[in-house]
Design a protein around this ligand. Structure first.
Ligand code: HSE
Length: 440
């Protein structure tokens, strides 16, 4: 039998500890499937004394992840430290420069330095694997990089953040507060070390940037992503969405348009009947439109220790079998420059919630401003304040919640119309605007 694959793991947080346990638990199956034993030979973490519920005896300890990454006693370096620079970046670069294969779950690192790291891996005759970086346990990188190699992809979109999907699902199904749901997501090990990465959409944007490159053979450009998180979503929006036949999901969408590639992350109203609307809790889903295959939808757990460790271990198995695939599906120097479509040119339907002063002519004025921008309204509904817990006099001039939905229009027209409405003193507070995506 070929010699053992010696795995060095840096970072023993939720995923790292799960990985160490999983490799131990799957030892026999891994040997059978890879044709050689796979074992963790060395680890590195910040605090040696912390009890992680894993047996680290028999594993060498390194305080410095760069030393672990370049150790002659490690065959594959697994980076689970996180962060787009610092020790994660330094250790991954060091391993690749030493010709050692790397497995990482670090989406921020890939989104920022992916093309450079791909080139570094190629220059040193080694490989960089990152299945766990996107959509947790879902094998979407393998699917896009390998299985769909025979397709031109026109669009990839999905629910790419387990924490946000968990929060939105519980807010909708249990009427809970945003902050309580977030605390539970943190307790369950779904959220990032800094949860603003989850709830402000940055984590989704990092993942989308990687998928965009795989879909379109372009260089990664995470800076070009339009990004809005879920922190402004209220129970009023969730309820209104339900009544209009939608559910609210944080989507990442990348698609080819006539003016370039559109990459956007934002809360989205999706039809209740669509496949994506039924993805609840920590589940993620990725839909890929290929010209030969049609639409492929992958669903699975997007976060959590074991689910993410499962994806990391799949990559380690590839290394054990001697597989090497270009990091971004094609040689790094052949990736096309990224051509961004401007968000102002995005076309779609919009949901708008306004607090309108109860004065005669206010509705008419709003409708006129929309018409001036050539925006066709699909519906306009004045909500009953008492249902939102507001029991003040129905005919006082306190603002009334009003919900508008539009037919397809442009982002620029909606933004201009809202700016004009704000300037006319007919509404109180900031408007809420959520994009509507027509999905099957
Ligand atoms: N914080 C991430 C999520 C973990 O909630 O999806 C997986 O990347």
């Amino acid at each position: 039998m070929t010699k053992d694959l010696r795995v060095g793991v840096a970072g023993l947080g939720t995923v790292g500890a799960s990985l160490v346990r999983l490799i131990e638990r799957k030892s026999n199956a891994l040997t059978a499937r890879c044709g050689r034993p796979v074992r963790v030979s060395a680890v590195s973490a910040r605090d040696r004394t912390r009890d992680r519920g894993v047996d680290l005896s028999g594993m060498a300890w390194f305080d410095d992840p760069v030393a672990l990454a370049t150790s002659a006693d490690v065959d594959v370096y697994v980076e689970l430290i996180g962060g787009e620079d610092g020790p994660a970046e330094a250790s991954v670069r060091a391993a690749l420069a030493a010709g050692k294969p790397v497995v990482t779950a670090n989406k921020a690192l890939l989104a920022r330095h992916g093309v450079e790291l791909a080139a570094l891996a190629e220059a040193n005759g080694t490989a960089l694997f990152y299945e766990a970086a996107v959509a947790g346990g879902i094998p979407v990188i393998k699917t896009m990089r390998e299985a769909l190699a025979g397709n031109e992809i026109s669009r990839v979109y999905g629910i790419l953040n387990g924490t946000c999907n968990y929060i939105l699902t519980r807010m909708e199904q249990e009427g809970l507060d945003f902050s309580d749901c977030l605390a539970d997501a943190q307790r369950l090990g779904y959220a990032e070390a800094d949860p603003t990465f989850d709830i402000e959409g940055f984590d989704t944007a990092h993942k989308l940037a990687i998928l965009t490159s795989l879909a379109f053979g372009s260089r990664i450009d995470s800076e070009a992503i339009y990004c809005e998180g879920i922190s402004s979503i209220t129970q009023a929006d969730i309820e209104a969405a339900g009544e209009l036949g939608y559910r609210i999901k944080l989507l990442g969408v990348a698609q080819r348009t006539d003016s370039g590639i559109e990459q956007r992350v934002h809360p989205t109203m999706v039809p209740k009947t669509s496949a994506i609307a039924r993805i609840d809790g920590v589940l993620n889903a990725v839909a890929i439109d290929g010209d030969a295959v049609g639409e492929v939808v992958l669903v699975g757990p997007g976060a959590g220790g074991d689910a993410t460790a499962s994806a990391v271990l799949g990559d380690i198995a590839d290394v054990a079998r001697g597989h090497a695939i270009p990091t971004l599906g094609m040689p790094a120097d052949t990736l096309a420059p990224y051509e961004a479509a401007r968000m102002r040119r995005h076309e779609g339907g919009y949901y708008i919630r306004l607090s309108v002063y109860d004065r005669s002519g206010a509705f008419a004025e709003i409708a006129r401003i929309m018409a001036d921008e050539d925006i066709s309204l699909e519906s306009i509904v004045q909500r009953d304040r008492s249902r939102a817990g507001d029991l003040s006099e129905p005919h006082s001039d306190a603002p009334q919640p009003v919900i508008l939905t539009t037919y397809e229009t442009t982002e620029a027209a909606v933004k201009r119309a809202l700016a004009t409405i704000m300037a006319r003193n007919v509404v109180a507070g900031d408007p809420q605007m959520i994009r509507i995506e027509k999905l099957r």
